[in-house]
Design a binder for this molecule. Sequence first.
Ligand code: SIN
Length: 278
Amino acid sequence: MPYETIQVKPSTAVIGAEVSGIDLTKPLGNQQFQEVHDALMAHEVLFFRDQKLTLDQHKAFGRLFGELSVHPNTKGPDGHPEILPIHADANSKRISGERWHSDVSCDPEPPMGSILNLKVIPPVGGDTVFASMYAAYDALSAPMQRFLAELTAVHDGAPGYSRTNQIIGNATPKVFPRSEHPVIRTHPVTGRQAIYVNPVFTTGIKDVPDAESRSILAFLYEHCARPHWQVRFRWEADSIAFWDNRCVQHIAMWDYFPETRSGYRVTVKGDKPFYRAG
Ligand code: SIN
């Protein structure tokens, strides 16, 4: 795809691209916005370096892609409810995103994208790994694709968020979103099919016995985690990763304890997942 206002260098043959020639602290013109959007659709996750965004600039960049959502469990800094702090240090008992997931897939209209800007990174480690759920779907046999296309999964925020709250000692009772989504979702922009279940939020497959549900999910989790459709991002201070939750899962590596890793995420609202036969 030709780009006129940015440079886009694929990170792997399957997923991820590093974008340069752009300053995200400044408002983007229409063409530059369109090219960033096109690059995201083509590569599923984009990486930017040396972007020293203020929280307001971070939100303004996110808002180009849609309304921002407020996280159902974690409060933002004062005056910035749409900002999700991502922070771990020597006192941390857990970190966000330690298992494969698509952000807040328990929501009835889960986020289309997330934009993470890390400010402090450990001397080594703290990478994020992203996996293409398009490629994972495409690698399945046609009979398996047809079988999965008929299934619906339950996604529930309660088990994961309650466990987090227990670990960090937050006793405030909360009600978390719970939703049903197709196991295979059609991307609303590209029309491609993607696997849409993950071990953080998916609690079962509807209308099948528990044993079958467990086996189907175990197969899919192992399949989705294969290295063939992954890219591993090595952060620098002020890097940004912008991923499309509709076709990407990710996992954060907590291999740097007791060092500090810290930054902010904005999350762009999405729409209700659907499946349309291709
Ligand atoms: C997340 O958004 O799940 C956290 C990702 C990360 O910290 O790398």
